[in-house]
Design a protein. Structure first.
Lengths: 368, 902
């Protein structure tokens, strides 16, 4: 499997936690809230477990606690934040921990229709046998209702308001009626059903949520990670995972990680002080973006290089992934390289910044 | 806490099992013994603190548990003397606490410093006091119980700066019982494992709550243990702390020896950190204070200010206050309060409830440390109340919150507390729950849910210093503003309407308000209508007063003097005699003095200082300000006084001589700007007649102008106008030079600079306005675009910044010169291009002079040339007109008749 969902990937951890869990489990939850917390945030010595559970989501612990508690109440959970802040990952982990199924996902797009969150019909079967429960295709949300598990709705604000409105009745009445059928025409949600939605705060204003829908969700806002230590953790964690997936055996030198984190921190500071959109990189400079840059650099050096990650390759990947608009983004990166990296490379003895600078210059020269 | 104990146990087990063979045995032994010594040290500290002759009462700041234990202990023990860890020289201020609404802060303030580096001034030390603090309970008990003495034993505020020099200008905050690990990593560890976000929350959950119901022995032992732990784990450098402890114990022993009090009747209230002190028996030779004069007073404080100053979590002080009042209710305790509201102790004073022999110390620590914290029972009614209230508050602040949200918040709080291992949701859990359920993607109003929760849980309480405890100046201000009939102690903004025509008796109030406006921060006293400038008087004024909110600023003014006028006088004096003072600042002070103080002698003194400063100045950077200000002042004196004051005369003569002397250098020097030179010339020409009447010599100016050899184009233009003013250059000559400039392709790029020079010249020669309009018009017409376009914006910004008062003049002149309607543009010829036809002046027919002039036109032409006019031709007496008039004399007679009648 190219990318196993969390419940398969961490199946043994979940089994272990379930086996030792003595706490109260709300509804049909597989783990108690405390164990869900341990699964997501990792175990401490004071938790008294005999095996270590690694941390899987990095960020303020309060957010995770609030999210878990929301799922145990009768409201849906809406994770809102900038792109690349780990909303979907947190949603997946929570769904996996609570119901061992994180795959009941509806992706919100401009083309999402009401059928995608309720049900649709298998047309040939309807023609052959007429409308019945067999010829009905339930949506992931409806499946989650029937099974009493967590359903996920990605990018809620990308879908149009009529689709959003269909969620209101699901979240408040907790049933879906199927008027086409004469009997057995209501699907009731089983205990344990809840919805985790994610929304991109950059999309505000595209399809604003109605206040009726807002009321049925608890909002947990996830900020961009700016703490350098936890960001380093996240990048290291996700990259290790990616390397494993690509079966690449490559050492990630700590200096290069520092260079990457530092340059993103610099660019973020520059974006924060920019006065117009033209002075700002189009990218949100999220942690996910950093991981993307690093992955690109690793793959590049694996397949086209000598299997060691170099600062120049990293710079090339960074320029390649951040320069989306020509000439604005290129100009900003050029300014950054000459204004910030160059003075730094003169002070730095190890030569990594120097190499980074040269790599970046080459990349910009190629692109412009 | 239990972690530490557990790991000790694990370690000692390991030592027992395989200490024999391992090559690491010596190291292991060493570490084990270090650990054992550490543990023993903690227990020793506790034992030592409990054994002292003076009973030590360890406290922690903003800890309701401390305050509760204090109330109980005071009731039980009824000590005769209370020693308190607080700067000893703050003692007199304590009495003033009676008149205040807490929280207030004791303040020591010094602006005249002696013995510290002068750049530290002003020094300020602030010790905030809240009602829910143990120290306030001790103070209230001691001050209100007859026969009880309170002795402050900590170093004086002077020693605070002697021992811990800091250069920052901010207030230095001091608090009794600052208890927080000095070791960032330890704090982080505790927070991480305690699953809490902030130190205040950790403290509340792991120390505060378990201790709130504990008996006195447990309380005391636990506090000393924590103090000892933080002391031992903290970074090195307890020198200052140990010195302070020596200081306190020295003072206590001195007091005991001097009064002969029985140590058993004393109570020593100090931070838990100092309870575990190894230096209790040592003596300190107390160094003398510096000769800095300290002033003491009370200023209002607030919960948020305390949180900010001491780095506590927002809302934590309010939560502590709420917990305190709740525990009081539950424990049916009466706290000690100062002032008329004081309720006397339940048991009669002087008879301790029990004998305090305490022969043996019982170990309460083991029990406390091994049991999980005993938390309060779940208080359903309280949580429900909070939930309903937060929804109400949220609705009022624009959130779409409903009863459903109240239910959700309630449920979420309980779930959150459960997940964090607490039976009862703490205020912090409740806050998180409310944020989860009510906060959506945007905050509709000014406050977000987190802030609303803080308001709900007690809100920011702001103290107030009562009238009787205010310094004389502040009382004086309030008294003098009494006629306005406003309650100035209120914290809201009050609108004062003053009709000075109808109520002339309010004049002094208005005057005081203007002085306050000058001295206080911007938002304290704001005029909405009315202004005060030289030569102006308002008929009506309206003011927004926020005096109650700015109590602190007024109190701090009180440290500078006894009346507000005195403070202003001192400040003006200080500005004028400052090292950086210039003539311009001194003139400003003179103006302020005239406006606000109306003290002729003082004004004259400042004026004399301005003359002195002007004579001593070697640069002319301030010339524009000097010119503007002295013009205003002269106009004022001419209007209100029969004669100019001596200093003003002296200023004009000194200025005339001074600027004449500096003129050639100013013209030549590159650093001196055109504006400055323009202002100098303005001073010299506009004040010339006054200066000459006071005995100056015009030759000085003429020489100075002739010596000037400017190179910069703008200054050259200025010099030309100076020549024109002095009559060395005619208008025609000036115009000719200008035309020459525009015609010379090599000079064209610098023409704009010449024009700027001419504009600046308006300062000294308003009569040149038509010429400047002409110059501008010609420049706009003739300059090529690549010169003109970059210059235009610069011209506008320069005019706006440097010559705002000249612009209306120019605009008016331009309006006169140019056609007002579009139709007239085609036929428009600028006045300077009009070929003035040689004017024919007809002299009266029978005058010999006219005839003479007509016969010898050379004389007239020469005079006209001198005056810069076109020569005129004088028609002779025998012209056609004369013939016609002679032929028809009746016309002339009729006109003569009409003229005679009119």
């Amino acid at each position: 499997m190219l990318r196993a969902p969390a419940e398969i990937k961490y199946a043994d951890e979940l089994d272990y936690l379930e086996s030792i869990d003595t706490g109260f489990k709300p509804f049909s939850w597989r783990l108690s809230p405390r164990m869900v917390r341990i699964f997501v945030l990792g175990s401490e010595r004071s938790d008294g477990l005999d095996r270590e559970i690694p941390q899987k989501w990095f960020g303020d612990r309060g957010f995770v606690e609030r999210s878990i508690v929301t799922l145990a109440s009768d409201r849906g959970l809406l994770l809102i934040g900038d792109p690349g802040t780990g909303k979907s990952w947190l949603a997946e982990l929570l769904a996996a921990a609570v119901s061992r199924n994180s795959t009941l996902v509806v992706q919100g797009t401009a083309g999402t229709t009401e059928d995608h969150i309720k049900y649709s019909w298998n047309v040939s079967m309807v023609i052959a046998k007429g409308q019945s429960r067999e010829s009905m295709i339930p949506s992931p949300i409806m499946t989650a209702m029937e099974q009493g598990v967590i359903g996920r709705f990605e990018e809620l604000t990308r879908s149009t308001s009529d689709v959003q409105d269909a969620l209101i009745s699901i979240l408040s009445e907790k049933y879906v009626s199927i008027p086409e059928l004469d009997d057995d025409n209501i699907v009731f949600a089983q205990p344990g059903f809840s919805v985790i939605a994610t929304a991109n705060s950059r999309d505000r204003g595209v399809n604003d949520l109605s206040s009726a829908l807002k009321r049925r969700f608890n909002f947990v806002r996830i900020p961009v990670v700016t703490n350098k230590k936890s960001e380093a953790e996240i990048v290291r964690f996700r990259t290790a995972e990616l390397l494993r997936r690509h079966q690449i055996d490559l050492e990630l030198p700590p200096t290069l990680l520092d260079i990457l984190l530092q340059s993103f921190a610099d660019l973020r500071a520059a974006a924060a002080s920019a006065t117009s959109d033209d002075d700002k990189l189009e990218s949100a400079l999220s942690t996910a973006e950093q991981i993307g840059v690093l992955e690109d650099a690793i793959l590049h050096s694996r397949f086209f290089g000598d299997s060691t990650l170099k600062a120049a390759t990293l710079a090339g990947s960074m320029v390649g992934s951040l320069a989306r608009r020509s000439p604005e983004d290129l100009a900003i990166l050029n300014k950054y390289l000459h204004g910030v990296v160059e003075p730094r490379s003169r002070q730095d003895d190890s030569g990594s910044w120097r190499e980074f600078l040269d790599g970046g210059r080459d990349a910009i020269a190629t692109l412009s | 806490m239990s972690d530490a104990v557990m790991s000790d146990a694990v370690m000692s087990d390991a030592v027992m099992s395989d200490a024999v063979m391992s090559p690491f045995a010596p190291l292991r032994e060493q570490l084990a013994s270090a650990a054992a010594a550490f543990g023993d040290g903690l227990v020793d500290d506790v034992e030592q603190a409990l054994r002292t002759d003076v009973e030590i009462f360890p406290v922690c700041h903003h800890s309701p548990a401390s305050a509760l234990a204090m109330v109980r202990r005071l009731r039980e023990k009824q000590p005769k003397v209370v020693y308190l860890e607080l700067c000893e020289d703050l003692r007199p201020v304590l009495e003033e606490l009676r008149n205040c609404r807490l929280p207030v802060a004791l303040q020591a303030f010094a602006s005249d410093i002696d013995g510290f580096p002068p750049e530290w001034a002003p020094l300020s030390v602030i010790a905030p006091i809240t009602e829910s603090s143990a120290e306030y309970q001790a103070i209230a008990y001691a001050l209100d119980t007859p026969g009880v003495e309170i002795v402050l034993v900590d170093r004086s505020v002077d020693h605070v700066f002697q021992w811990e020099p800091r250069a920052g200008a901010a207030d230095v905050g001091i608090e009794i019982g600052d208890l927080r690990p000095g070791f960032a990593a330890l704090e982080e560890h505790l927070l991480h494992h305690g699953k809490v976000r902030h130190w205040s929350e950790w403290w509340d959950q792991y120390v505060e709550q378990p201790l709130s119901g504990a008996d006195y022995d447990t309380y005391r032992q636990v506090m000393v243990l924590i103090g000892s732990l933080f002391r031992r784990l903290g970074p090195e450098g307890h020198q200052v702390d140990e010195d302070r402890e020596r200081y306190m114990w020295t003072r206590m022993r001195e007091h005991l020896a001097a009064t002969g009090t029985d140590p058993a009747e004393c109570l020593y209230v100090c931070g838990a950190f100092h309870a575990a002190s190894p230096v209790m028996d040592e003596h300190l030779d107390i160094s003398p204070r510096t000769s800095t004069a300290w002033l003491y007073g009370l200023i209002p404080s607030s919960h948020s200010a305390i949180e900010e100053q001491f780095g506590l979590a927002p809302g934590s002080v309010s939560i502590a206050a709420a917990t305190w009042s709740k525990s009081l209710r539950r424990g049916r305790l009466t706290p000690y309060t100062l002032g008329g509201r004081s309720k006397r102790a339940a048991s009669p004073p002087g008879t301790p409830a029990e004998t305090d022999t305490e022969p043996e110390t019982e170990d309460r620590l083991s029990g406390f440390l091994t049991r999980p914290p005993v938390l309060d029972g779940f208080d359903e009614a309280e949580l429900l109340g909070w939930c309903v209230e937060i929804v109400r508050l949220a609705r009022r602040n624009g959130y779409l919150a409903s009863t459903a949200d109240a239910i959700a918040v309630y449920e979420t709080s309980i779930l959150l507390a459960g997940m964090r291992g607490r039976k009862r949701p703490t205020p912090y859990d409740f806050q998180d729950a409310a944020v989860t359920c009510i906060e959506k993607d945007v905050v509709p109003g000014r406050r977000d849910v987190r802030r609303l929760c803080e308001i709900l849980l007690g809100g920011d309480k702001i103290g107030q210093v009562g009238y009787d405890s205010l310094p004389p100046l502040a009382r004086d201000v309030l008294d003098r503003l009494q006629p306005l009939g406003l309650d100035l102690e209120k914290r809201t903004i009050q609108r004062a309407l003053i009709d000075l025509d109808a109520h002339p008796e309010l004049e002094p109030c208005s005057h005081l308000l203007w002085i306050l406006r000058r001295l206080l921060p911007d938002d304290a006293v704001r005029p909405i209508m009315g202004s005060r400038r030289l030569g102006e008087r308002s008929h009506q004024e309206s003011w927004d007063l926020a005096i109650g909110r700015n109590q602190r600023s007024i109190i701090e003014l009180g440290y500078e003097g006894v009346t507000i006028e005195q403070v202003l006088e001192q400040r003006l004096r200080r500005t004028c005699w400052d090292e950086k003072a210039t003539a311009a600042t001194a003139l400003d002070a003179v103006e302020d003095s005239i406006l606000y103080l109306r003290n002729r002698r003082f004004t004259d003194e400042l004026g004399a200082r301005a003359v002195e400063l002007l004579a001593g100045e070697r640069t002319v950077d301030d010339a524009p300000e000097v010119l503007g200000r002295i013009r205003r002042l002269l106009a004022h004196y001419r209007a209100v006084e029969p004669e100019l004051p001596a200093w003003a005369k002296s200023f004009v003569t000194t200025g005339y001589a001074h600027y004449c002397t500096l003129l050639p250098t100013a013209f030549a020097e590159e650093e001196t700007g055109v504006r400055q030179v323009g202002a100098m010339l303005g001073f010299l020409f506009t004040m010339e007649s006054l200066a000459l009447s006071l005995g100056c010599d015009r030759t000085q100016l003429e020489l100075a102008v002739q010596q000037s050899r400017p190179e910069a184009p703008a200054k050259v233009a200025l010099l030309w106008t100076a020549h024109f003013q002095l009559g060395l250059l005619s208008m025609a000559g000036l115009r000719e030079r200008m035309i020459e400039l525009l015609g010379n392709p090599l000079v064209v790029p610098s023409v704009p600079q010449y024009v700027s020079g001419f504009v600046q010249a308006l300062e000294s020669a308003p009569t040149l306005t038509p010429f400047v309009v002409e110059v501008l018009s010609r420049a706009f017409g003739r300059l090529p675009d690549d010169v003109l376009l970059p210059w235009l914006p610069k011209l506008i910004t320069t005019l706006r910044a440097q010559a705002p008062e000249l612009v209306p003049m120019l605009v008016r002149e331009a309006g006169r010169t140019f056609p007002a309607r579009l139709a007239d543009v085609d036929s428009f010829t600028p006045p300077w291009l009009e070929r003035v036809p040689a004017k024919v002046i007809t002299p009266p027919a029978s005058q010999p002079v006219g005839e003479l002039l007509a016969v010898h036109p050379g004389t007239v032409a020469a005079v006209a040339g001198l005056l810069g006019c076109e020569p005129v031709t004088i028609a002779g007496a025998g012209g056609e007109v004369a013939g016609l008039l002679a032929a028809h004399p009746e016309t002339g007679e009729a006109v003569a008749g009409v003229l005679a009648v009119v």
